[in-house]
Write a protein that binds this ligand. Structure first.
Ligand code: PHE
Length: 552
């Protein structure tokens, strides 16, 4: 394989520099290489992730040369002073004391002000107003925010400006001074050019003003290795990989292999990542299973309107059965007729006329409309199918026992997409079938479930659902967000829903449901649902979500 040209250019530059001076400081070398061969260095950098430091890029090249014994490396470190961010700003844009001097002419143009000192009741001096003016104007003299307290910087700057003669104060009045040099800026520039040669005494002053700070700098001392060559074109390319052919032919005996370098750092490992929704679904499933719930088979995403709406006593004129809220399937447009015609007729009758103590919804039930296939709008369609199956079993065997079921799966709504709404999302749902279950039973199941997923404080709010009575919205206090958030919906299934199925008097069902996306977004601090699901999903986000969560 031909060697990449940009790598050879960098390697040759290193060897040439070494030839000249015999020993190199890798940090200095790094700066020189970036300056002298910017395009080649940039190409080298592309192999790494975005935020790898230049020195790290160079390190890999040095390691490869070291492994060929062309150079030798030894670790070095020392403590030294470096410009602080504040120091760097002043070195580039000028010191605040010099800026104070520069502000004098503009200040003197301003109309004179009069104000009494609130303590002494005497008029405030012009110097006082100038100090205020400095504090206002100084931040605007720099391209970046000033690090630290403006009042403090302003005060210090004013004092230094007087000392250095950038302005004069005579009879409590400010006058222009000599601005021909900015001593602090010059000192900082001089320091940054070669910090090691800078006199200790002056460093003390810079340190007092926080313009420099002490850091530990690490670098390599680079020397010629045993097999040093001045130019890579003369390098004998050593073989790195042992192949099957080399072993078979016996050629390996004569090959000069490069030694293995165990100090080389490996590249980033790319691997599969579990989607946050999958993680949360796993956790929630575990909770349901711990609480003794059986899982429903929710694998059929296409549902007939009958199971999604009519069996739940949701009238055919209900607004959510509209094209704007529900996705209708074109092919096949209609589901098979229900085999259990007796049950079908009871559902039809309860809509049209009522029964089991209910006055019904009182309209003409449309047989074709109920057969329309749709993408299910909630997993309650599946709960309804399961309840009917349990009732059928009871009819066959005469036996009925309390049962608990759950599901977590996908549902579809014809919604306008925005940051928190998608046309497809996941729902979790649990129901408990039992004798004379009360609202207190429902609340206790909800407490049990939500406390296990980390939401300990729960409140309820009365709500409306076509298929539950009473119905309650569930709110949880989120300790991280420090506010109450709506987490789900719940209720006791109406007799109009479960009695036509054939349950005996006294039996009823409590149920609750919520979306999976909402708790996932809260838990992982994700604001945009479209980065979690759909065509704009952010792979980076999925890669970066924490493996373990310690708090809800
Ligand atoms: N199906 C309801 C929804 O889509 C949730 C729910 C389930 C409400 C069970 C009450 C009982 O929001």
């Amino acid at each position: 394989m031909p060697k990449e040209d940009h790598l050879t250019v960098i390697e040759n530059a290193i060897l040439a520099a070494l030839q000249k001076s015999g020993s190199l400081d890798s940090q200095q070398l790094c700066k020189d290489l970036v300056a002298q061969h910017p395009t080649e260095f940039e190409k080298l950098r592309r192999k790494y992730e975005d935020n790898v430091a230049d020195h790290q890029v160079l390190y890999q090249v040095l390691l490869s040369l070291e492994s060929q014994e062309i150079i030798s490396l030894s670790n070095q470190s020392k403590q030294m002073y470096q410009l602080s961010p504040e120091g760097e700003l002043y070195a580039k844009e000028g010191s605040p004391e010099h800026k104070c001097g520069e502000l004098v002419p503009a200040f003197l143009q301003l109309p004179p002000k009069e104000e009494l000192d609130p303590k002494t009741k005497k008029p405030l001096s012009q110097v006082h107003f100038f100090q205020r003016y400095i504090n206002e104007q100084l931040p605007h003299q720099y391209s970046q925010p000033l690090p630290g307290d403006i009042a403090k910087i302003g005060n210090l700057a004013f004092g230094k400006a007087k000392q250095s003669g950038y302005l004069k104060v005579e009879n409590q009045c400010v006058k222009p001074g000599d601005l021909s040099t900015d001593k602090t800026k010059d000192t900082l520039i001089q320091f940054s050019q070669d910090p090691s040669k800078f006199p200790e005494k002056e460093i003390k002053f810079l340190k007092q003003r926080n313009l420099v700070s002490l850091v530990t700098v690490k670098w390599f001392e680079i020397k010629k290795g045993e097999k040093y060559i001045p130019d890579m074109s003369k390098a004998k390319q050593r073989v790195v990989d042992l192949t099957e052919d080399m072993v078979k032919s016996g050629e390996w005996k004569n090959i000069d292999f490069a030694p293995l370098n165990f100090n080389a750092s490996a590249g980033p490992i790319s691997s599969g990542h579990e989607h946050p929704l999958t993680k949360i679904r796993y956790d929630f499933r575990q909770v349901f299973l711990q609480m003794g719930f059986e899982e429903m088979d929710t694998s059929k995403w296409i549902e007939s309107s009958f199971w999604n709406f009519d069996s739940l006593f949701q009238g055919q004129q209900h607004p959510c059965r509209d094209m704007h809220d529900t996705f209708f399937i074109k092919v096949p447009q209609y589901a098979h007729e229900l085999e259990d015609t007796a049950y079908y007729n009871r559902v039809k009758e309860i809509h049209e006329k009522g029964g089991f103590g209910s006055i019904g919804l009182r309209y003409d039930f449309d047989d074709k409309f109920t057969q329309q296939n749709i993408l299910r709008t909630h997993t309650t369609a599946v709960s309804s199918r399961y309840l009917k199956m349990i009732a059928d079993e009871y009819k066959k065997t005469g036996e009925l026992r309390p049962r608990k079921f759950f599901s977590i799966d996908r549902v579809y709504r014809n919604e306008t997409l925005d940051a928190t709404h998608l046309a497809e999302f996941s729902q979790l749902e649990g129901f408990v079938l039992g004798k004379n279950l009360s609202l207190a039973d429902l609340m206790s199941y909800i407490y049990g479930f939500f406390s296990r997923i980390g939401m300990e404080e729960i409140e309820f709010k009365p709500a409306y659902n076509p298929y539950t009575e009473p119905s309650m919205e569930i709110f949880a206090y989120h300790p991280g967000l420090k506010r109450w958030i709506e987490v789900g919906n719940s209720g006791i299934f109406r007799p109009e829903m479960i009695m036509p199925m054939g349950f005996p008097e006294g039996w009823n069902v409590v149920a609750w449901g919520c979306s999976l996306e909402r708790p996932t977004m809260i838990e992982y601090g994700i604001n945009e649902i479209r980065s979690l699901e759909g065509p704009n999903v952010s792979l980076q986000l999925i890669k970066n979500v924490p493996i373990a969560r310690l708090t809800f």
